[in-house]
Structures are given as structure tokens and as C-alpha cells.
Design a protein around this ligand. Structure first.
Ligand SMILES: [Fe+2]
Ligand SMILES: [Fe+2]
Length: 257
């Protein structure tokens, strides 16, 4: 299978870039499956019901993952409850709306299990992602396991890559919005990258306007975050699998021009 993962799509600039490129990427890369992290799709914070439906219905996205911004948009919990393809981290506490993993059947007859996890280092309080993924894998069987590890600490993302090596076809990092150059297939057959990088404007501070971000470092009370503009880049990884394992992982970079 040929699977495309897009890192955090940030605000209107990120959505526009993704809409501009995804249909062509689907053809050029002969994609079978597309996973997009949408936690910053709505003005940089959270995702709306309308955006999620548009990505599923018009862009053919198979699964949307999220992270610590999953519930930033008011009432979005209802969408998480009704739409199993919209994931929030599986290791949020019991009782959190929605689900953290989903199993889908591809037109080619394969079962794909997508799991969304969140790290605990410099992140909101959540349950242990390592024990959480063990519990999911003990319960669910699938031809292919794909994991979005939404983590701040590079060490925690790498640890999860090794922890799942041979058990997942892909463990890809999201959340930092900064692409890392360490994409590789681990010895057990797991495609890994510490962070895919965001799809959004790179002329700010992790997608936010420089002024609003800087004010938070320079003043007692910072300004409200606003999505940056300029140097919009789409960052993704293409993972190719054979059987239950990955055979390659390749970085994809697109801009508007
Ligand atoms: Fe993010
Ligand atoms: Fe995040």
C-alpha cells in the first residue's frame, strides 16, 4: 500500500495548500490511503465539523488525527462522537468524547488500523501512551497498523518508534510543526519519522504570527495567537508497505508556486 501522512495542517493557509495539492498527489503518488493531522485546521486551534466533513467528502481523506488541540472548537466533541474517522489521542482519560483508534477496510480488501497517541513530556496530562497502545494492539487485529505519535519531546517520539518496531507499519510524529530529517524504516519494518512538520506558513513561529508569539516570551501577558502568513509549505511522508511492514518512507514537500 501507498500511504500519505500530512503533518498538522495550520489554519486557512495550510488548508488552502492541502486542497491545492492533494488531488494531484493522489494521482502522482498512486495513493491508497491518506491520514491528515487536523488539530490546527481551524484558525490554528482545533478543527470544525465543516472542515472535517469537507476533507472526508471532497478530498477523500481516510482518517483525521488530532492532538492537544482536539477539543479547542466549541461543541466539536459531538463531531468526535458521531465521526469515527476523526480521532483524538487514544490515551486521553476515559470518558473523553470520541475514539483514539479506528479500523477501516480499503477498496483493496485490507484492514487498516489507525491509532492516535499523545506524548506526556511537556504535554497536557494524559494516560501512558505506551501501555495504551499495547492495550489497543492486544484487542485489535489488522493487516496494517499506522500510528500518529503526537509528542513534544523528540525522545518520546523516538522511544515510541522503537517500542512499536515490528508491530506497526508506521509511527509518524506530529505536534512540533518542525520537520525532522530522520525518516527511516526501522529494522523490524516500521516506517518512522520524529515529526512530519506542519502544512502551513513557515514565516512565523510554528505557524503563528511572529509578533503574537514573541509577545508571549517578552511580556507577562502575551497577545492572542494569530495564524502567520507567507512561505506556506506542505510537509508529508509517503510510506510504502508490503504485507504488514514498511519498505520505504520518503519526505514530500510542496509549496504554492
Ligand atoms: Fe499542531
Ligand atoms: Fe499539538
Amino acid at each position: 500500500m501507498r500511504i500519505l501522512f500530512l503533518g498538522d495542517v495550520v489554519g486557512e493557509p495550510g488548508r488552502r495548500l492541502m486542497e491545492a495539492h492533494l488531488p494531484a498527489l493522489r494521482r502522482e503518488l498512486a495513493l491508497d490511503f491518506v491520514v491528515v493531522n487536523g488539530e490546527n485546521a481551524a484558525h490554528g486551534h482545533g478543527i470544525t465539523d465543516r472542515i472535517a466533513q469537507q476533507w472526508f467528502d471532497e478530498l477523500g481523506v481516510d482518517v483525521i488525527t488530532t492532538g492537544n488541540h482536539a477539543f479547542d472548537v466549541k461543541d466539536i466533541g459531538l463531531t468526535f462522537q458521531k465521526e469515527p474517522r476523526l480521532l483524538r489521542p487514544a490515551n486521553y482519560p476515559p470518558g473523553t468524547p470520541g475514539g483514539g483508534h479506528v479500523k477501516l477496510h480499503t477498496p483493496g480488501g485490507q484492514e487498516v488500523l489507525v491509532i492516535n497517541l499523545m506524548g506526556r513530556v511537556h504535554m497536557p496530562t494524559c494516560d501512558d501512551p505506551f501501555r495504551c497502545v499495547d492495550a489497543i494492539l492486544a484487542k485489535e487485529r489488522a493487516d496494517l497498523v499506522l500510528v500518529d505519535m503526537h509528542a513534544e519531546a523528540t525522545s518520546e517520539a523516538q522511544a515510541m518508534g522503537w517500542y512499536l518496531d515490528g508491530r506497526a507499519a508506521a509511527v509518524v510524529g506530529t505536534h512540533t510543526h518542525v520537520p525532522t530529517l530522520d525518516a527511516k524504516v526501522l529494522p523490524g519494518g516500521t516506517a518512522y519519522v520524529t515529526d512530519i512538520g506542519m502544512t502551513g506558513p513557515y514565516l512565523g513561529v510554528i505557524g503563528m504570527k511572529r509578533e503574537s508569539s514573541l509577545s508571549r516570551f517578552l511580556k507577562a501577558k502575551g497577545e492572542r495567537y494569530e495564524v502567520a502568513e507567507g512561505d506556506c509549505q506542505l510537509h508529508a511522508v509517503l510510506v510504502v508497505t508490503e504485507g504488514k511492514k514498511a519498505v520505504s518512507i520518503e519526505r514530500i514537500l510542496k509549496t504554492l508556486s
